[in-house]
Design a protein around this ligand. Sequence first.
Ligand code: FDA
Length: 310
Amino acid sequence: MSLMRSILLAASQNRWLRERAPKHAFVRRAVSRFMPGEELEDMLRAVQGLAPEGIHGVFTRLGENVTDPAEADAVAAQYLDAIDRVRGVAPPPEPSVKPTQLGLDLDAERCYAHLRALAARADALGNYLWIDMEGTPYVDMTLDLTRRVRAEFPRVGVCLQAYLYRTADDLAAMIEIGAGVRLVKGAYSEPRTLAFPKKADVDRNYRALAEVMLGERARSAGVRAVLGTHDVSLIEDMRQHGQRRHLPATAFEVHMLYGIQREAQVRLARDGVPVRVLVAYGAYWFPWYMRRLAERPANVWFILRSLRER
Ligand code: FDA
């Protein structure tokens, strides 16, 4: 892992920085590249702005590791309200939620009850529920929650991280139950005992896992296969892989983050690949933003530039 990446991931967990950095106008200006605004309306406007290009939305209200059960309850209520409010958009943007924002650190049963309520509401309104994957201490619990919710509601998917050695097994288990899978490379700082330390190995594992997601078993189980990546050459490889097997362009979806690889998003949508863009909103954006910087330390130059332009 590069030194800059380690520093940025350490900063993402630093409370002192989290409380102070967002107060600075230049930091807020820099984050606006990845986030259209803090309110649900900002997210909706951004999603509607993408629709003419044939690109649809996923939304997340930023926050994680809540320490107060009342806050987890409030987050769940806000998501329920958000699912209602996006129903007018066709197709509606899909919620993507973090279990620790719904209280997983405090009470796993309560977290499950929240996820179940969100899945039920999404299902009733023809929407879908995505469950994010956080750091390794949460992987087993998150998969378990996914299994329980998915047993009742079919429109549920989970994120899996290609940097973890265990993910091939987890993917097989999710295919077994027909859950949707959004495959990402992984955004957290993990020890080399659990995750590939070299990017080339992560990329290789991603390709292998993506091929499994496009395989006969996953397709016959009705798995919704999503590549959550901005890696355009990897996406191109997977398109060719699909073409060689005579799969339709819709065999997998691509989900990217708002503000990243915009041209590729439009190009893929024009080529008939289903594309969704994840739009984040909310006030608690600091750790999330630090992870975005860590993914591409060159982004730090954007901040330095905006500092100079002050
Ligand atoms: P990679 O890092 O190899 O980047 C490929 C190219 O994309 C780069 O060369 C660069 O051009 C561009 N790029 C990537 N990141 C950029 C950035 N921040 N700024 C500017 N350019 C950038 N992770 C996780 O652990 N749990 C989760 O639940 C999710 N959820 C999720 C949903 C969606 C829709 C996406 C797209 C991503 C996630 N992630 C995630 C994050 C994921 O794990 C990963 O950290 C990022 O997607 C960056 O990796 P890439 O796959 O883009 O590849």
